[in-house]
Design a protein around this ligand. Structure first.
Ligand code: G3P
Length: 217
């Protein structure tokens, strides 16, 4: 599974890159607003920090303007992936931008049929939002399962990018289902390494090591 970090906070991204876990980054207008930064500047900076795909979302809603914005965003860096909402116009823009060799991430996906259309439009990535379905008492992971089955039935090359991830269990379940990517908030990504028995066991090792009076260096 690939991990993308779901943030526009460059400090958080820089802190995580030494782990080798950061295969890409996803942003959206809300995350950009939260960063307080100029959109194009923060995208350019993220593209310098991370080699993998960096999703930058258009804000136009009409296909022609989405395409124009997408081409402009793709010009920021070679690893920009243009994020498009899953609307009819977004699908038209996806088809056009993909046809121009620009990576696309079709976002705000909440149904298997939407995901089917995105694959047909040639999307590089599809972003089904797990957490927001859970929020309305719908099992978001069921959507990932359905998309996985449909994409495998027809050998679609669109990658399932599990999004709106709120917990370590979301990551585990998405991996079990076979999502290609999980885009994860920095705190959730860091939390994946944590287990209380690991902490307890390490402390016991260190306590016993101290009793030997030895040093490795
Ligand atoms: O990548 C999409 C993600 O940022 C949305 O997450 O928690 O706002 O549903 P959330």
């Amino acid at each position: 599974m690939k991990f993308f970090v779901d943030t526009a906070d460059t400090a958080e991204i820089k802190a995580l890159t030494p782990t080798g876990l950061v295969d890409g980054v996803t942003t959206n207008p809300s995350l950009v607003m939260k960063s307080g930064r100029d959109f194009r500047e923060v995208v350019a900076e993220i593209c310098d920090i991370v080699e993998g795909p960096v999703s930058a979302e258009v804000t136009a809603t009409e296909a022609a303007q989405m395409i124009e914005e997408g081409k402009s965003l793709a010009g920021i860096a070679q690893n920009v992936c243009v994020k498009l909402p899953l609307t009819f116009d977004g699908l038209i823009a996806c088809k056009a931008l993909t046809g121009d060799g620009i990576k696309t991430n079709v976002t705000l996906c909440f149904s298997a049929n939407q995901a089917l259309l995105a694959a047909k439009a040639g999307a590089t990535f599809i972003s089904p939002f797990i957490g927001r379905l859970d929020d309305i008492n719908v099992d978001g992971m069921d959507l990932i399962r359905e998309i996985r089955i449909i994409y495998d039935n027809y050998d679609f090359q669109t990658e399932i990018l599990a999004a709106s991830i709120r917990s370590a269990n979301h990551v585990k379940e998405a991996a079990l289902v076979g999502a290609d990517v999980s885009t994860v908030p920095p705190g959730v990504l860091k939390g994946l390494a944590h287990h209380p028995l690991t902490d307890k066991g390490l402390q016991a090792f260190l306590d016993d090591w101290a009793k030997t009076g030895q040093k490795i260096l």
